[in-house]
Every structure is written in C-alpha cells, then in structure tokens.
Design a protein around this ligand. Structure first.
Ligand SMILES: Nc1ncnc2c1ncn2[C@@H]1O[C@H](COP(=O)(O)OP(=O)(O)OP(=O)(O)O)[C@@H](O)[C@H]1O
Length: 246
C-alpha cells in the first residue's frame, strides 16, 4: 500500500500553500518531490510528518489515516530533516537508544544493524560524544544512522546529499535502495534532478503548490524535451515560466 496522499490542501495559518495534492509512494518505491524554491516541498513533508494539519484531503500510510490515528501513523515513519536535530545533552549512544525505544525497537536485536551503520559512517568510536563535538557533516550522519536503523515502512529524506562528501552520498543512495528492496516506501526532496534520476522510480513535480507531473525520470525528461542527464535544466524552464507569469 505505502503512502497515499489524496487531494491534500493545506499550509500555514493564513497561507494556503498546497492545492489538491495527489500522489502515492508505493511499497518498495523511491519517489522524489521536486520543484523551485517555495513550490511547497517542505510544506508537503511537514504535512506527512504530522507537523501541519490538512485543511482538506487525506494522508494514509498502509491504511492508517494521519488524522484519525496520528500516533500509529507517526510510529511508521523515519524522517531525516534537512537540518540535523539532536539533543544537546545526550551522547550519540544515548540518542540512538532513545530513538530505538521511541519506536518500540528492541536494542539487543537491532544493535548489530546500528553498529554496521556506525562503522559505515565512521562513528563507531564516538558513542560517548555529545553533539557539540560533531562537525556539520557528522551531525548529518548521526541523523542518517538514527533513521536507517529503524527500517521504518516510510522513510522521508529531506535533501539527502546536503553537507555530505561524495563517499557518504554514494552510501546514502545504497542505503535508500536497500530500504526499497525491503519493501519500505521512500520519499525524498531534492534539487539535484540528474543525480536523483539514477536511483528514483518517480518524480513528483510541484509548481506553485500544485502537482504538475508524476512519472519516471525518462518520462519527465521526454515531457520537457530534455535528456535524463540534463534534467537539471528543468529548473531554468520553470523559472522562466514563473517570470513570464510574473
Ligand atoms: N512557517 C511558514 N509560515 C507561512 N508560510 C510559510 C512558512 N514556511 C513556508 N511558507 C511558505 O510556503 C510556501 C512553500 O514553501 P516551502 O518551504 O514548502 O517550499 P519548498 O518547495 O520546500 O522550497 P525550498 O526549495 O526553498 O526549500 C512559500 O511561499 C513559503 O513562503
């Protein structure tokens, strides 16, 4: 089933940003939400993580509605925000244990996976460190470990490559693909279309708070008379269109 967003309208008090958004992130699929600055990507994500209330429409994850069963809905999500959020007073080890407990995951059985993620991101010797000792990239990697260790039915990654070196970017793509192989749904937001085209199943293009296109990378390229390798030019096309509407 996965994530189903149906006719969602919403946004902030006094600012209706999203208009009748409909798209799915099926089980085992990777979907990238794309669009110009201000198109509504973060607002959509904020609705899916339950930070904003829908004005109209519905958001369901594997049959659970976000409005009627918010706790059940949220327990199925792992979210990697664009800006790392860490508790200043908790060590890395304490942070991970807290996240596992919050998702009702047994420490004993899951720690082998946590340990391999810590090794992958070279954090295995830093379990006693406090966030203040981490660099920006390391903080981002802590968020990655915290999310990937959960194996959640829905993984949301806001700008997965921000602040990561190329090795870590490659690792993140592999981890996202592994989550998809496990049957989990993955929703990412990105500005790097050509890079995303190599591993996403579908793009959802947002334009001024509306869904303009849903389809595969090659369908998106074809629709805009571009090649998949120069999909980033789509932003120039949309920017020009916006300026003409001016
Ligand atoms: N807290 C807020 N209160 C009111 N309006 C907001 C708030 N946050 C964002 N907006 C507005 O919502 C619209 C969509 O913003 P959103 O952050 O969803 O865009 P985005 O596609 O994520 O852009 P970016 O690529 O810059 O991250 C914009 O017009 C923005 O000004």
């Amino acid at each position: 089933m996965g994530l189903k967003i149906n006719n969602l309208s919403g946004g902030y008090a006094g600012n209706n940003v999203l208009k009748n958004i409909t798209f799915d992130v099926p089980d085992g699929k990777i979907v990238a939400l794309i669009g110009l600055n201000g198109a509504g990507k973060s607002t959509t994500v904020n609705h899916v993580i339950g930070e904003l209330q829908p004005q109209m429409g519905s958001i369901c994850l594997n049959g659970t509605n976000i409005v009627s069963e918010p706790t059940m809905f949220k327990s199925q999500i792992a979210y990697i925000p664009e800006q790392p959020i860490l508790y200043d007073e908790l060590t890395l080890g304490e942070h991970l244990h807290l996240m596992l407990a919050a998702h009702d995951i047994d420490n004993e059985t899951s720690w082998t996976r946590v340990a391999s993620l810590l090794t992958l991101f070279r954090l295995e010797n830093k379990l006693n460190w406090l966030p203040i000792h981490f660099s920006k990239g390391m903080r981002q990697k802590v968020m990655l470990v915290s999310a990937f260790m959960l194996n959640a039915p829905l993984l949301i990654v806001d700008e997965p490559f921000l602040g990561l070196d190329t090795l870590a970017q490659r690792d993140v793509i592999q981890l996202i693909q592994e989550q998809a192989r496990l049957g989990n749904s993955i929703l990412i937001t990105t500005h790097l279309l050509a890079s995303a085209a190599s591993f996403v199943d579908q793009f959802v293009v947002l334009y001024e708070g509306k869904v303009r296109f849903v389809g595969s990378p090659s369908e998106l390229a074809e629709e805009n008379q571009l090649s998949v390798n120069n999909l980033d030019e789509l932003f120039d096309l949309m920017q020009r269109e916006l300026a003409n509407e001016g």
